[in-house]
Design a protein around this ligand. Sequence first.
Ligand SMILES: C[S@@+](CC[C@H](N)C(=O)[O-])C[C@H]1O[C@@H](n2cnc3c(N)ncnc32)[C@H](O)[C@@H]1O
Length: 259
Amino acid sequence: MKPMPCFDTVAKYYDEAFGTAADLGDVEMYKSFARRFGGPVLEIGCGTGRVLKPIADMGIEIDGIDVSEAMISILKSKIADISPMPNICLGDMRRIELTKRYRLVTIPFRTLQHMITIEDKLQALAAAKNHLLDDGHLIFDVAFPNYESLASGFGEETLSAEWRAETKSDKFGRMFFRREGYCQKDQVMIGSLIFRLLDGDNVLNEEIQPLQMHFFSFPEIEALCNSARLEIEEFYGSYDLKPFEENSTQMVFVVKASR
Ligand SMILES: C[S@@+](CC[C@H](N)C(=O)[O-])C[C@H]1O[C@@H](n2cnc3c(N)ncnc32)[C@H](O)[C@@H]1O
C-alpha cells in the first residue's frame, strides 16, 4: 500500500479557503442526512471539521478519521467544548480498524477521489462498509467530470478563493488552482493548490500543495460498489439532491451493504 500524499500544507489555509464557500452547499446536505439517518456518524477524511463540527453542534454523535495530523489538530482545537465529544483518529481510509459501528458513514467533499488505484478505492469502500451497523448507510460525493476541461489549461492558474489574512491589515490570502497534467487512461488529474499571502501586489509568502485526484464515471462507481457488495439506494446530481442530469457537476451516492 503506497502512502498517501501529505495534506498538511493545505491544513493551515483550509478553513479560510473552503470554509467560507457558502455555494458549496455540501454541509447542509450532510447535516440533513445526519438528521434523517441519525447517529452515530463516522466521517472519513474529516479534515478540519468543516462538515463534522456543524453535525456535532446539532447534538448528533459523530467521530472522524483523517490521514493528516495538521488537519486533525485544527479540528480538535475547535471541538474542545462539544458534547458528546467526537472521537477523532489519525488513520488511512484504506485501513480503518475501529471497534465501534455506525448508523451513517460519510466520505464528504470528493475525498474518495484521492484514491488513485482500484485497490485503493476497493479498500476504502470495504473499510467504510465494515464500520456500518446492519441497517447503516454510507454516503459519499464525487465530482462529475468535465473531460474537456480536465484535459486542457495546463500551467494556467485559476483564482479559487480569497480572504483577509489579518483583521487590522491589508494583507490577504489567495488560493489558486493550477492543473499540470491529466492521465486519460487512469482519469487522474495532476495539479497544485497554491496559497499566497499578499500585501497589495507584493507576495509575502507562497506554499504549494501538490494534488492528484481520480475522476470517477458512474459505471465505475457502480462496478466498485458491486465488487464491495454495496447497493446504491439513492443517486443525486447535486448537493441539493436534484436528480442527476447530463450537465450535473456532482454525483452523490447513498449506499448500503448488499443482503
Ligand atoms: C477535500 S478534504 C475534505 C475534508 C472534509 N471532509 C471537508 O469536507 O471539509 C480531503 C480530506 O481527506 C483527507 N485524506 C486524504 N487521503 C486520505 C486517506 N488516505 N485517509 C484518510 N484521510 C485522507 C485529507 O487529509 C483531507 O483532510
